[in-house]
Design a protein around this ligand. Structure first.
Ligand code: PLP
Length: 352
């Protein structure tokens, strides 16, 4: 029997939401990108590639980016995998380490893509609420018996870094793969787990060039792990995921603009704390953050976001985060942008 065209796709796909993002606004404080722009060396590297054209395929697995990662983090190049954004590394890892019907446990709230990657690959996501002090709940994550446990530190959208003892316990007791997403590590002032990932047999640490590195538009991410884990992720990844232009820009940013990145990250952290103090004068108490954004619990989250949107400013809002309630998320950037956001928030609060 011929199926109707609306029934040709896998049935479970209809449950997977399409991602919604508000980037086409004047001031986008909703995606935690680098609001100072891109590193100059990366722009120059892109221009050089443009001049040479793009008739050839890129490198199969991003060899020169792997070398840059190995150098920066002091790890062996055979312990690095690259991807089309760290989203791609996460997605490939999910399908390399679990299959149809397996469980993937993740904290709730966390990065919204994780349950989606689980579903796309046929896994069942299990949301485990954060503890009352916004920490990962090691016992509850382990109790799921999930084949993959995903951790994010500092966590998105709370901004909270996970205590090392929590992570060590999960690594010691997890039955399967442990993914540690360090998308915001550059802002945390902590070394993170990336240098240790290869020695911690069942751990994959993921990072991105979309946040501190200011290259979200190029889609560059990477992972570090022991060789058998990298081998599995790379098989499920397939070749040619990093374009020539992305690889060249990523390598330039990592090797030539470390200072540019560090300086902006430091300013972002200073402005984040200044913004937190400013919001407190409006009666809004942001959660402590180790990232380049603030999570601000407020019953007026949706009203504030709608007003800001009418002024061309995108903020992220949640109607009800577990253990937190309605909340806003604001990316920290240059101070004049923060002033604009504060002004919009003040106006919105005056009307509620
Ligand atoms: C932004 C973000 C990513 C996505 O990174 P890409 O490299 O742009 O795919 C991954 N994890 C977390 C927690 C993020 O906030």
């Amino acid at each position: 029997m011929r199926r109707m065209t609306t029934q040709l796709a896998r049935e479970d796909l209809s449950k997977i939401p399409l991602y919604n993002s508000d980037v086409r606004v004047e001031l986008n404080l909703a995606d935690n990108t680098n609001l100072w722009g891109s590193p100059p060396s990366a722009i120059a590297a892109m221009q050089a590639v443009v001049t040479g054209g793009a008739a050839d395929y890129p490198d199969l697995y991003g060899a020169s980016l792997k070398q840059a990662v190995a150098l920066i983090h002091g790890v062996d190049v055979s312990c690095v995998v690259t991807g089309n954004g760290s989203d791609d590394v996460l997605d490939c890892a999910v399908r390399a380490f679990a299959g149809a019907g397996d469980l993937l446990a993740h904290p709730d709230p966390t990065f919204v893509m994780l349950p989606i990657f689980a579903q796309i690959n046929g896994l069942q996501p299990v949301a485990v609420p954060l503890t009352a002090d916004h920490q990962m709940d090691a016992a509850a994550l382990l109790a799921t018996g999930a084949r993959i446990i995903y951790l994010c530190t500092p966590n998105n959208p709370t901004g909270t870094a996970t205590r090392p003892e929590t992570i060590l316990r999960i690594i010691a007791e997890a039955p399967g793969l442990v993914i540690i997403d360090e998308a915001y590590a550059e802002f945390s002032g902590m070394e993170g787990w990336i240098g240790r990932a290869a020695a911690l047999e069942r751990v994959l640490v993921c990072r991105t060039l979309s946040k501190a590195y200011g290259l979200a538009g190029l889609r560059i991410g990477y992972g570090v792990a022991s060789r058998p884990i990298i081998d599995a992720v790379e098989r499920s990844r397939g070749p040619y995921k990093l374009s020539t232009i992305a690889e060249a820009a990523g390598v330039a940013a990592m090797l030539q603009d470390a200072d540019w990145v560090r300086t902006r990250a430091a300013e972002s952290v200073r402005n984040r704390d200044r913004l937190s103090a400013e919001l407190a004068t409006l009666g809004l108490m942001a959660l402590p953050s180790d990232a380049n954004f603030l999570c601000v619990p407020t019953p007026h989250a949706l009203a504030i976001t709608a007003h800001a949107r009418s002024l061309g400013i995108a903020l992220r809002a949640w109607a009800n985060l577990p253990n937190i309630g309605p909340a806003l998320r604001i990316t920290a950037g240059p101070w004049p942008m923060m002033e604009r956001a504060c002004c919009a928030i003040r106006e919105a609060l005056a009307c509620v």
